[in-house]
Structure formats: structure tokens, C-alpha cells
Write a new protein. Structure first.
Lengths: 368, 371
């Protein structure tokens, strides 16, 4: 992959954003409350937000409810207008389907939808409830909704690794990214255990892992939305809340040590791992092979590999690191003493020029 | 986590004023009161917010203490009075607050420790920008150098850290409606600190930090072989074999009197914390060295962050660093950049020499991260 010479996203990406922006201006606003496990209190937060909007004079209705309501929720709900879902029976099962037609007729400014991940019965207008929500948004109705981590499609493998269970229905992560607002409903895991009566509840350790996963998912969404906002407003930033590690590879680097360390750091910080090399046609075939092996290892360890096109190694790394908001650059060094008549080497120049990232030096392998 | 304390500490962590930390704390207090738990408000900062003040209805307040300093009177939490009152649970707003000179303790979190030691449970509130390890990052993002900081270990030791979320849009709406500050102050805040980008970045930091706290507590719990077990074997071979126990990392931070040492200490400690590594600091004292005050300040700062600090007397700085590192089985050395030198001084810098002499260790040169 070539490095972009300018800081602007490619035209197709820009077009997508312009279209998304146009669609958004007509669409209702979407707000999603994200919980890490059942009973974390996301429905309560959602209805509480609805209550406050009502107090401020907005026209709020409830379009979908979960069946098992707590006393707290019953109490709040008494003050809402509910547009009851249509109850359908299919193959001995009861389904609650959002009554879209009734909501369109009623045309509220905001609609509350609990249980976002529910599916509709076969033969419905939309197979999934989240698609019903899209229709509400397209009609200019703002939607507040709530969903649990286990129902985010892209996180279902991770959740299954933690709990050994997989929820049958899901929503795509892209739906979250489209939301104007996503709010995390966090709570100590202990409180949940006290609240839960049934045995289907994950154990404390599993809950803690789910909680961490949900927080990191939300952080990633915030990071991506922030990046879009900055791009849209032409703001160049050189920082990030996320740790981003760049491993610079040459034929002579001790790639194994550098990449393993990079991977461990990226994993620990829940950050990104990048690897880069500078295109050099003058490499001998033996060196090219060594470099290729290093790049293969980088890919194997999950690094995003980039090729830099710039004869000046230091400039290439500086530009790329700035563009990618890198926080740590890993470099190899020979460990050889520099003679007084020699010019300062690339490592020294990079250290002098590095304003926004740390430089971590790794000795080359003894045998090379 | 806190084995030293008898009481339990719970912290509501937010990312800015007005996200609803105090409200959540009071909500919990009302729940506890209904359950018959003996709750008292140790310190509450109303900021003139109506909804929040309404949440204190029926709660008992321990009166504040008046302290006179420079002919002005300040109100502080009355820790002794709370200790005498001995509630089961005390509420303490603004955990990161620095007490006015003349108070018994420097920081409010130290007052809270006194309560915990007496067996009182504490529920406290704090914003993420007050965490010591995030100080440089927060400054970089917002341009604000936060002066009131809390060392990370204090929060690591809390039994619970709960993230209080609110979207930046909702927070800015609150500001516009005058819920958070008086209208004039609100507009100023929105133009400066409370911008969309600042709030988003702070929010992301708070989310990541809470996730980190959850992970730390998981790792401290028994059967903690999670993250490492998920690693692929680096050479792609023997995927079934038990992952080799990673040699424990040991980080060494090289302190000087240079002002950039504070950034260096925070950065080294942060990396060490995330790698669950030991963190040491060394200062090599040379004959006739200057800026002793600054060096002492930096050593103290490191000690406050629970870094194991050492002072070594030597003539040759690089040699002293690498000898010490080897003796201490250090895996990573953190250094600041050597000062720029005139062109005619072609001899090697300290950094270059340390790099050359420490072949089995990684050396990290920490950036100054100017804005």
C-alpha cells in the first residue's frame, strides 16, 4: 500500500462522507445506549433520557419495550405514550414487531426503541428491528435505543470466547458507527451479580471481561468518529488517545524482537501495530529476501504493513508517523561507535526530529 | 484491591465537569439510604446545579471546616468531623482537590485514605484529566496543564472505578441550557475547553483508562492468564504448546535536572504499568553537578508515583547507567533526548553511548511532546 502524499482522504471516501452528511441532515438523530451485560441498567438510562427530553417539551413516544420490566421502569413508563407493537404468531412463537405504520401516523419527534437487536418474524417488511429503526430515522424521527455488547455482530466471537455463549440475533457494528451518539452504560460488575437471580448470568470474571470489551468498543467508535470529524473540518492533529506503534523494518533489523515487543505493547495498550519499510531498488536479492521474511512475520503478527516511497529514510518515517498519529517508533541500530568524521546517522536525526513520538531502539542481531 | 485500607473506595470517573458524576454518586447514596445504610455527605460541590442539589434531599451533611489563609477564608472537607461521626459510607466530591495550605493533609485523596483507614467506605468523584499518567496527553490535546493530579496507584487501589458517560453533544447542550455553569462562563467554556474535539478525546481517554482499570483488577485476580494466552507464537510454530512465561519486564527511567524529566517519568511509568512491569528510576550524580533542587524535585515526584528510585555517584554517566541496568536486570531504559550540541562537538552524546553499551536492552528516547 502506497503512502498518500497529501493528508486528504481519497475521493471515494470523501464522496461517501458527503453523501452520508446529506443523508444525515434529513435523517432523525440516532442515540444508542451500549451495555456490557443484561441488567446493567441501559433501558433505565434510555427511558430516563426520554423523560428528560419530554420535560424539555419534546414529543416523545415509546415504540418498543422489553417484556420483563422492572419496577423502576414500570414507574417511569407510566408517564410515556406507548405505541404498542404488533403481536404476531409464527411457528408457535410470539413476536413483537414495531408498529411502523402507527408511529409514522403519530409522527413524534423522538421514538424510544428498547431491544434493538430483536428479529422480526419471517415474511416481515424488514427481517431485523434495527432496519425498522433505519426507516424511522429516514422519516426524520429521532430514535433513542439500547443494545448489549453480545448483540454486536463483530464482537460476537469475542463474547463467545468469554462466556461460551452466542446470542442468536445481532446488529452490525456499522449501525453503531452511523449513530450520532453512543453512550456507554457502565456499572461495577458486583452490582450486577447482586441483582441477578438466574443462573444464565456470566460469572464475575466473565462480566469484567465483557465490561472491558464494551468500553474498548466504545473508545474505538469515539476514535473513529473523532477522526472523521477532524478530517471533515480539515483539522490536522498529531496526537491520539490511542497508543499507535510503528515498527520500521530493514533487511538487517532484528524483526522478531521488534515485532514481538510491538505486538505485546499494542496488545497491552489496546493500540494499533503498524510496520513500514522504505522501497529500495538497490537491495541485493539476499537482502530483499531477508526484508520479505521480516514483512511476512509482521503480517503474521497482525501488523498493518506499509511501503514508504521516499529516498530520505528520516523524512519518510517522520511524515508517515505524523500522518498515522504514531506514538512510538521502533527502530533497529547497529550499536557501532560513530567516528568523529562521520555525519550524524539516520537514527540520531530521527531522535532529534521526533517531537510527538518516542523512539525505541533495538540492536541488530549479532549474526548480521 | 486496597489491602491497606479497611474501608472500600469507589470512584465515579468522568471526563469533564457536568457529565453527571456527582449526580450518580448521590443517586447511589439515596439508594443506600433507602436500604438503611448510614450515609453522610463528607464533601459536596453543588456548583449551583438544581437537579443535583435536589438529589441531596434527606442526606446528612457533615459541616465543612473553615480555614483562613492569606486573609481569605476557605471551606474544606472536615475529615476529623467525619471520623468522629463515623458513617458507614461517606460521599466525597472532587477527589483530586488540593487542600488550602494549613490543612492537615496536602490532598483530598489523602483525607479519603484517612477515612478508609478508619473503616469508612467512600464514594468519590473525579475527572480523568486529573490522573497523573495522562497529564501530558491532556495538555497536548487541550492545551491545559492540569495542576491537581492524583497518582495512578491511588486509583488502581480503588475497589471500583465506574465510568460516567455522556456524549459531548449532550454535555454541550447542558452547557447551552446553563445547567453546568452560569451562561457567561458557559459560553467561554464552550469556546475553549469544552470543544467537540477536546471532549471527544478526553472521553476516549476515560473509556480506555476505565477498561485498563478493569483489566488490571482482572490480572490481579487469580487465574490471570488471559491476554498472554491469546498471543500467537511469534515464529508460527507449535501453536498447541503452552505459551512461554514472558520474562518480566523491568523499566529504568534515567532522571536529570532537566525540566523534561517530568514527562519522561510519567511516560516510563505509564508504559511500565501497561506492561505490568517493575519501574525503577536512576539519577547519576556527577561531581559538582548543578540544579540539585530540580533533581530532588524529580526524585520526589518519582517516589510519589511509587517508582523505586536510586541515586548513583559516578563520573561517567552512560557507563553508570548501563552498569546499574545490567545489575538490576533491566529490559528497557527510558531516557530524555540529549541536549542539542554545537556542530564542533562531535563526540558521542549520552544517549548514543548508552545505546551502544546496552546491547541486550531496549532504549527508548522519550519525545518532549511540545504542542
Amino acid at each position: 500500500m502506497a503512502v498518500r502524499t497529501d493528508q486528504r482522504p481519497d475521493p471515494e471516501e470523501l464522496l461517501r462522507r458527503v453523501q452520508a452528511g446529506e443523508r444525515r441532515s434529513r435523517r432523525g438523530r440516532l442515540k444508542v445506549f451500549l451495555g456490557y451485560a443484561p441488567r446493567v441498567g441501559k433501558s433505565f438510562r434510555m427511558f430516563d433520557e426520554g423523560r428528560r427530553r419530554k420535560q424539555r417539551g419534546q414529543d416523545v413516544v415509546v415504540g418498543a419495550l422489553q417484556s420483563n420490566l422492572t419496577a423502576d421502569l414500570e414507574c417511569i413508563l407510566a408517564n410515556f405514550e406507548v405505541i404498542p407493537p404488533v403481536v404476531e404468531h409464527h411457528a408457535g412463537q410470539e413476536w413483537n414487531v414495531i408498529n411502523l405504520a402507527a408511529i409514522f401516523r403519530r409522527s413524534p419527534s423522538t421514538c424510544l426503541i428498547d431491544g434493538l437487536a430483536f428479529d422480526n418474524p419471517p415474511g416481515s417488511r424488514n427481517p431485523h428491528r434495527w432496519q425498522d429503526v433505519e426507516e424511522l430515522l429516514d422519516r426524520g424521527i429521532a430514535v433513542i435505543t439500547a443494545v448489549n455488547l453480545q448483540h454486536i455482530e463483530e464482537k460476537q466471537d469475542a463474547v463467545e470466547r468469554i462466556t461460551g455463549k452466542r446470542a442468536a440475533n445481532s446488529i452490525p457494528e456499522a449501525f453503531l458507527l452511523e449513530a450520532e451518539e453512543i453512550e456507554v452504560v457502565d456499572a461495577p460488575t458486583e452490582a450486577l451479580i447482586g441483582r441477578a437471580q438466574d443462573t444464565s448470568m456470566p460469572d464475575p470474571r466473565q462480566l469484567a471481561e465483557l465490561r472491558e470489551t464494551a468500553l474498548l468498543l466504545a473508545a474505538d467508535v469515539v476514535e473513529r468518529q473523532l477522526q472523521e470529524y477532524l478530517d471533515d473540518h480539515g483539522v490536522a492533529v498529531r496526537w491520539g488517545a490511542q497508543e499507535r506503534i510503528l515498527v520500521c523494518l530493514t533487511p538487517r533489523s532484528n524483526a522478531k524482537a521488534m515485532l514481538e515487543s510491538g505486538q505485546r505493547n499494542a496488545l497491552r495498550f489496546h493500540g494499533a501495530l503498524l510496520a513500514a519499510y522504505v522501497q529500495d531498488v538497490r537491495l541485493t536479492s539476499a537482502d530483499q529476501e531477508r526484508l520479505n521474511a521480516n514483512l511476512d512475520l509482521a503480517r503474521l503478527l497482525g501488523a498493518e504493513v506499509h511501503c514508504l516511497h521516499n529516498d530520505d529514510l528520516v523524512e519518510a518515517i517522520l511524515d508517515f508517523a505524523r500522518e498515522q498519529r504514531v506514538t512510538q517508533v521502533f527502530l533497529g541500530h547497529t550499536g557501532r561507535e560513530r567516528r568523529w568524521w562521520e555525519a550524524r546517522g539516520p537514527v540520531d536525526r530521527l531522535i532529534d526530529a521526533a517531537e510527538d513520538f518516542d523512539v525505541r531502539l533495538f540492536p541488530h542481531r549479532e549474526d548480521q | 484491591m486496597s489491602e491497606r485500607h479497611k474501608g472500600r473506595l469507589k470512584v465515579y470517573l468522568g471526563y469533564a465537569a457536568g457529565v453527571g458524576k456527582t449526580y450518580r454518586m448521590l443517586e447511589e447514596a439515596q439508594d443506600l439510604r433507602r436500604q438503611g445504610v448510614d450515609v453522610a455527605v463528607g464533601y459536596f460541590e453543588p456548583h449551583g446545579r438544581k437537579e443535583t442539589i435536589a438529589m441531596t434531599a434527606g442526606l446528612e451533611f457533615v459541616p465543612r471546616r473553615l480555614i483562613t489563609y492569606n486573609n481569605a477564608t476557605f471551606e474544606e472537607m472536615d475529615t476529623d468531623a467525619i471520623l468522629r461521626r463515623r458513617p458507614a459510607v461517606a460521599l466525597v466530591d472532587e477527589f483530586a482537590h488540593t487542600n488550602v495550605p494549613g490543612s492537615e493533609r496536602l490532598k483530598r485523596w489523602q483525607d479519603v485514605h484517612a477515612l478508609l483507614d478508619a473503616g469508612i467506605d467512600v464514594i468519590a468523584t473525579m475527572n480523568v484529566q486529573h490522573l497523573e499518567s495522562l497529564n501530558d496527553q491532556v495538555w497536548h490535546v487541550t492545551g491545559v496543564r492540569v495542576r491537581e493530579t492524583v497518582p495512578d496507584w491511588v486509583i488502581d487501589e480503588a475497589d471500583e472505578v465506574v465510568f460516567v458517560d455522556l456524549t459531548p453533544r449532550a454535555l454541550r447542550n447542558r452547557l447551552e441550557r446553563g445547567v453546568v455553569y452560569a451562561p457567561e462562563k458557559a459560553q467561554k467554556a464552550m469556546d475553549n475547553f469544552f470543544t467537540e474535539t477536546n471532549l471527544s478525546a478526553l472521553r476516549e481517554m476515560a473509556m480506555r483508562h476505565t477498561a485498563h482499570e478493569v483489566e488490571e483488577k482482572l490480572a490481579a485476580a487469580p487465574l490471570a492468564a488471559i491476554a498472554e494466552a491469546a498471543l500467537l507464537p511469534a515464529d508460527g510454530s507449535q501453536p498447541c504448546e503452552e505459551p512461554k512465561p514472558q520474562r518480566k519486564e523491568r523499566v529504568l527511567v534515567c532522571l536529570t535536572g532537566n525540566p523534561s524529566s517530568a514527562v519522561l517519568i510519567r511516560r516510563g511509568k505509564r508504559v511500565a504499568d501497561y506492561l505490568q512491569a517493575d519501574c525503577l528510576a536512576i539519577h547519576v550524580s556527577t561531581p559538582g553537578e548543578e540544579d540539585r533542587d530540580a533533581i530532588e524535585r524529580h526524585l520526589n515526584f518519582a517516589r510519589n508515583l511509587r517508582i523505586d528510585t536510586h541515586v548513583v555517584e559516578a563520573v561517567e554517566i552512560p557507563r553508570a547507567i548501563t552498569d546499574f541496568a545490567r545489575e538490576q536486570r533491566i529490559t528497557q531504559i527510558f531516557m530524555g533526548r540529549s541536549a542539542p550540541r554545537p556542530w564542533y562537538r562531535r563526540a558521542e552524546t549520552v544517549v548514543q553511548m548508552v545505546v551502544r553499551h546496552s546491547r541486550e536492552m531496549q532504549v527508548t528516547i522519550v519525545a518532549s511532546r511540545r504542542r
